[in-house]
Design a protein around this ligand. Structure first.
Ligand SMILES: Cc1cc2nc3c(=O)[nH]c(=O)nc-3n(C[C@H](O)[C@H](O)[C@H](O)COP(=O)(O)OP(=O)(O)OC[C@H]3O[C@@H](n4cnc5c(N)ncnc54)[C@H](O)[C@@H]3O)c2cc1C
Length: 395
């Protein structure tokens, strides 16, 4: 009988330490651990560290499991730590902070805060076990260097078990989504670039524009949210004025209501990926990016069942970058002087696994052609919004 492999030894050690938290996939191809506390996570780190340092096992961390490419939040034939049992949304009126378990979902968080007329937008404190197995709180006072590194550092600096987030009063908001035939894209793009470049920004307004190609049909979209129930604020009225419209969901609603609407655009069961580039806000360049997308989509729409490409454009205005810098900035080197920038996401949907390679290679080629054009036109910015990144080197 041959001796057990190092991987089997690692599994046995984990099993001995955390028996009731361990699950095997039906075909026993991978092992999943569902910790229930920061202490469980520290134990997982302590037990697996010798095997991981020797390069004998790899470990993936899964929060919501939303990141779609293989390897981001799960690993075949390796260990996945799944946070679905570390939940809880607890608001403290003395500090105005809400503590959120890192396996919690946004709908549950918004729903709990909605009942208190509160909202959240960003993290303040993170409780996390480090590679040493030590459990620490990272914030501007305690381990500030670690806190800074976490803002953009992905899972390279520890495993987060709790986020404490600053809340703010939030009632009903006015906003929603307006869609048009693709012919209206130049009007949407012009209004969007004016919004991104304005020297008189509205700090309560945010917009996402998109050109979506749905089985060959193009739709131009604007999705906008001022954080108050004031209809048609001057910053957003130009979007509502674009005609003709295919559909409008503009209304008063809660943060929860708007996020439920967003979820409905991403049906369960479809295959999906994201790819991203960043470039300087410029109307001609945005129109060129749309044309590149239309060219790349044509062969896929004809041959890939269920194929959809959404090219979404999100502004990083100077105002937003200034506010971010005042709140501690990010580790990825963006400064207010870099703005206004556009974070451009390509999101695909399709039906069959057999088309995976075809879709990925076409989208990687499209992303590269957008970057090459941005360099050629002097519009390129090296920033990559990691939440929309595909597994490309350097991200
Ligand atoms: C339909 C859809 C809409 C989206 N819309 C937006 C949007 O509007 N804005 C936006 O910013 N992003 C958006 N995203 C992207 C989304 O924010 C990212 O996919 C994000 O990573 C999802 O979080 P998650 O907890 O599901 O992460 P997972 O997919 O579980 O993990 C992503 C990465 O984070 C690491 N990680 C997860 N949990 C922890 C932890 N506790 N400690 C340390 N590392 C951890 C994982 O190891 C992995 O590398 C969208 C995604 C989808 C599918």
């Amino acid at each position: 009988m041959s001796p057990p492999s190092t991987q089997t030894m690692a599994c046995l050690a984990l099993f001995a330490a955390l028996q009731s938290r361990i699950f095997f996939s039906k075909d026993a191809q991978y092992l999943e651990i569902r910790p229930q506390s920061a202490e469980d996570v520290a134990e997982i780190i302590n037990v697996t560290k010798p095997f991981a340092l020797a390069g004998k096992i790899m470990m993936a961390i899964r929060g919501g499991g939303h990141m779609p490419w293989a390897g981001a939040a799960n690993l075949d034939a390796e260990v996945t730590v799944d946070f679905q049992n570390i939940t809880g949304v607890n608001y403290d009126p003395r500090t105005n902070l809400v503590s959120i378990g890192s396996g919690e979902r946004w709908a549950a968080i918004y729903s709990a805060l909605d009942q208190l007329d509160l909202g959240v937008a960003g993290g303040r404190v993170s409780k996390l076990p480090l590679a040493s197995g030590e459990i620490v709180e990272a914030n501007t006072q305690s381990h500030p260097d670690l806190f800074h590194a976490l803002r953009g550092g992905n899972n390279n600096f520890g495993i987060i078990t709790r986020f404490d987030m600053q809340t703010f009063p939030e009632g009903q908001m006015w906003g929603g989504l307006v869609s048009h035939n693709g012919n209206a894209f130049p009007d949407v793009a012009k209004t969007f670039i004016n919004f991104a470049q304005t020297s008189n920004p509205d700090p309560l307004a945010h917009v996402i524009a998109a050109a979506s190609f749905i089985q060959g049909m193009e739709v131009a979209l604007a999705n906008f949210y001022p954080a108050k129930p004031q209809p048609d604020p001057p910053s957003l009225a130009p979007f509502v004025a674009i005609q003709p419209q295919l559909m409008s969901t503009v209304r008063d609603d809660s943060l929860l209501g708007f996020s439920v609407e967003q979820s409905s655009f991403s049906p369960d069961g479809a295959r999906s990926w994201f790819f991203t580039t960043t470039w300087q806000a410029d109307l001609d360049f945005m129109l060129s990016v749309r044309a590149l997308g239309a060219e790349a989509v044509a062969p896929l729409s004809a041959s890939v069942p269920g194929f959809v490409l959404a090219k979404a454009f999100r502004p990083l205005t100077r105002w937003l970058l200034t506010a971010s810098a005042a709140g501690g900035g990010n580790t990825l080197g963006l400064t207010p002087n870099d703005g206004p920038l556009i974070v451009n996401m390509l999101q695909t949907l399709h039906t069959n696994a057999a088309d995976n390679d075809k879709v990925v290679s076409a989208m990687l080629a499209l992303n590269t052609s957008i970057e090459d054009l941005a360099v050629e036109k002097g519009k390129f910015n090296k920033y990559k919004f990691i939440n929309y990144g595909y597994k490309i080197p350097g991200l």
